[in-house]
Design a protein around this ligand. Structure first.
Ligand SMILES: C[S@@+](CC[C@H](N)C(=O)[O-])C[C@H]1O[C@@H](n2cnc3c(N)ncnc32)[C@H](O)[C@@H]1O
Length: 291
């Protein structure tokens, strides 16, 4: 059932500088989160919805390297989380994740083989979210996180989210000429953003009609920035607090990026209590500003 390991979404299996930046942000937040909550009685949960293997292969300046991935960084956070959920769809990654259960015998780890959307909605239902607080890492290769999943997460009021939003995935799918988009592509964008309003916001009728007055279809007038503004607006409408995104580029480093913008790293807090989301976003902003 889960043997679809040939998926084209392995195209970025070698990460780059953006991989290091996102992992550094996550790791710093995980430590600060556990410290901040260590004197309270909450069960602290870490959820990795696109967990991979625990290791990441990266190429930076032409050099190949392997670094600890998100799952290992979460397991090593000190103070520790009380419970870990690692969700991964691909069979070939599962063995490495299961090996972490043996490698870290004192940690309570559950490895779930499923689609992240299905597994996350089930986890949101599993707890009452009164005595639990969680950090969730959404780290898909592409446009895999569906809006109803984000709605379920926001509804818990107890999950902090780091979302590596697929910026280049969105602007590649939203073709310059609307005619070039089929219903599959349109549906994927609507699932990602939870509305089809993007069609009106991103596209307008071509200014110049065809030679014989025929309808030439719509053209995308929104540029990358405006598209991302729409994404931010959507997220801010759903979560009580959302940071401005940190844009991650193909190359360079976080201070001197170069190449195409690939991802937009967002932090969103679902706790509606101003003190709680103020603390969470304060830590997240410090982490993002220090990158
Ligand atoms: C960018 S990698 C994750 C890297 C990982 N967070 C780390 O830092 O080590 C994305 C992972 O999501 C998995 N994946 C792809 N589609 C998925 C889905 N629908 N549900 C869950 N996992 C999925 C891929 O197999 C891949 O391992």
């Amino acid at each position: 059932m889960f043997e679809d390991d040939r998926g084209s979404d392995d195209e970025h299996s070698f990460g780059g500088i953006w991989t290091l930046i996102k992992l550094e942000a996550l790791e710093k937040y995980l430590v600060a989160f556990n410290k901040a909550l260590s004197r309270q009685n909450f069960t602290r949960i870490y959820i990795d919805a696109f967990a991979g293997t625990g290791r990441c292969d990266i190429t930076v300046d032409g050099e190949k390297n392997s670094v600890d991935g998100s799952a290992r960084r979460a397991l090593n956070a000190n103070p520790s989380f009380d419970k870990f959920f690692f969700i991964e769809l691909r069979s070939k990654k599962l063995a490495a994740l299961k090996a972490l259960v043996t490698e870290y015998p004192k940690k309570s780890i559950e490895v779930i083989q499923d689609d992240a959307n299905t597994a996350l909605k089930a986890l949101c239902r599993k707890y009452r979210w009164r005595d639990e607080r969680a950090v969730l890492f959404l780290d898909p290769f592409g446009m895999h996180v569906e809006w109803p999943t984000l709605e379920a997460i926001a509804k818990t009021g107890a999950i902090d989210v780091w979302y590596l939003f697929p910026y280049s995935g969105l602007y590649r799918q939203a073709a310059k000429n609307a005619d070039a988009m089929d219903s599959d592509k349109e549906g994927a964008i609507t699932r990602l953003l939870g509305t089809d309003e993007w069609r009106q916001v991103f596209y307008a009728p071509k200014r110049q009609a065809g030679l014989f007055g025929e309808d030439n279809g719509d053209v995308r007038e929104a540029d990358h920035r405006q598209m991302l503004d729409f994404v931010s607006k959507r997220l801010k409408g759903l979560f009580p607090a959302v940071t401005d995104p940190k844009i991650l580029y193909q190359a360079g480093d976080s201070k001197n990026p170069s190449g195409a913008p690939l991802f937009a790293l967002y932090f969103a807090a679902s706790n509606p209590n101003p003190k709680a989301f103020g603390l969470a976003t304060g830590i997240a902003r410090d982490v993002l500003n220090a990158l």
